[in-house]
Ligand binder design. Structure first.
Ligand code: ZN
Length: 369
């Protein structure tokens, strides 16, 4: 095993012990088996879906936090071969702990690996959703250190990239995946993005970077800070759909749209109808959930392509890191709040718009006192 000179005897972690409650606990320095390592966590972003996990009765007891950025602190020699990193190198993690042998994994689609997928049959093997009560305990990002299993999915990041910005690799990666790789937001297209959260803002940047002609972001009045911010992150227009009807507002900008990306939990039947009305012939739609019924007749009439999904590919995160590293966008304006481990509950609530005003991307810094 290779490691930095010394390590602490115990590690502080904020873990979820009950519905809507996290507690600060200490666990011993983890053992490192073949192909394993330890990460010193520099920062962990709070994901847009994290408040839902925090509320969920199904997710107890777990160690939350999956937008992790840190430094390789210790490593078994086999891990160096598997990950191609050195002690002291900085990395951003993906949450998936995939089998790396199934047909999804062999295509780099770790998000759909039955072992890592939250829509799979068993308990998903992924950082931020696993039980902390058994060794190695350190399975979530709201911690000083994390244990890295052999199948950790790693992205190298430069030494000078601020950790807060690097935690955006996952939400911007989702934007890249959903808007560009999934539904072809690209040159000449008019793109409508619904929901100005981290992922919606990520989709705005991704669409603009892919060459979209017009990028329109829609949200509610409570999202005003985010809607204003989107104009600095590549959106050409930001619409408050509580003040203006979506269809009327979009029609003042363009005749129709070529791509719709709905990053909200569920558009609902009425909104889905609006998207179909706005869709140009041959448009592509990305929706999170269409339990409200699939209007196949309308899809057929305009020859639309409708897709859904979850998470993102390795390629999408690499592209997101390129966008972050380019420093082309004022991403520091997205990183509105930083909390220590004592305040993880507040960090999660802030992400849900509670307790703190104007939060966009919230970061937990485990070393903040
Ligand atoms: Zn697999």
């Amino acid at each position: 095993m290779t490691a930095r000179a010394s390590h602490p005897a115990s590690v502080r972690v904020a873990v979820k012990t009950a519905v809507e409650r996290t507690e600060l606990k200490s666990f011993p320095w983890p053992g490192i088996g073949p192909g394993e390592g330890v990460l010193r966590v520099e920062a962990c972003g709070v994901g847009g879906a994290e408040p839902e996990v925090y509320r969920g009765e199904k997710w107890v007891p777990i160690s939350m936090g999956h937008q992790v950025v840190g430094t390789i602190e210790a490593m078994d020699p086999l891990a160096r071969t598997l990950w191609k990193v050195e002690i002291g190198e900085r990395v951003a993690l993906q949450e998936y702990l995939p089998c790396k042998a199934c047909s999804w994994c062999l295509r780099g689609e770790y998000r759909f690996c039955p072992e890592a997928d939250f829509m799979g049959a068993g308990k998903p093997r992924r950082f931020g959703l696993m039980d902390f009560t058994e060794p190695p305990h350190l399975v979530g990002g709201f911690a000083e250190y994390m244990h890295l299993p052999w199948n950790t999915v790693i992205h190298k990041i430069p030494q000078d990239l601020p950790p807060a910005l690097a935690t955006l690799a996952i939400p911007i990666g989702n934007g890249v995946q959903w808007a560009t790789l999934d539904v072809n937001a690209g040159p000449g297209k008019t793109v409508l993005i619904i929901g100005p959260g981290q992922q919606g803002l990520g989709a705005v940047m991704a669409a603009k970077e892919a060459g979209a002609d017009k990028v329109i972001l829609a949200g509610h009045t409570r999202d005003q800070v985010r809607l204003d911010l989107s104009l600095k992150l590549g959106a050409d227009h930001a619409i408050d759909t509580l003040k203006q009807d979506l269809v009327d507002a979009v029609r003042t900008i363009a005749d129709g749209v070529d791509v719709v990306v709905d990053t909200t939990g569920d558009p609902g039947a009425e909104n889905l109808k609006r998207y179909l009305e706005l869709a140009n012939q041959g448009a592509w739609l990305w929706v999170n959930c269409i339990d409200s019924g699939v209007p196949v007749r309308d899809i057929k009439k305009k020859y639309l392509t409708v897709r859904s999904g979850r998470g993102r590919t390795h390629q999408a995160v690499e592209r997101a890191l390129q966008i972050i590293r380019s420093r082309k966008y004022p991403l520091e304006l997205m990183c509105t709040h930083t909390f220590g481990l004592e305040d993880v509950d507040l960090a999660i609530r802030a992400t849900a718009g509670k307790g703190v005003e104007g939060a966009v991307h919230v970061i937990v810094d485990p070393w903040k006192r």
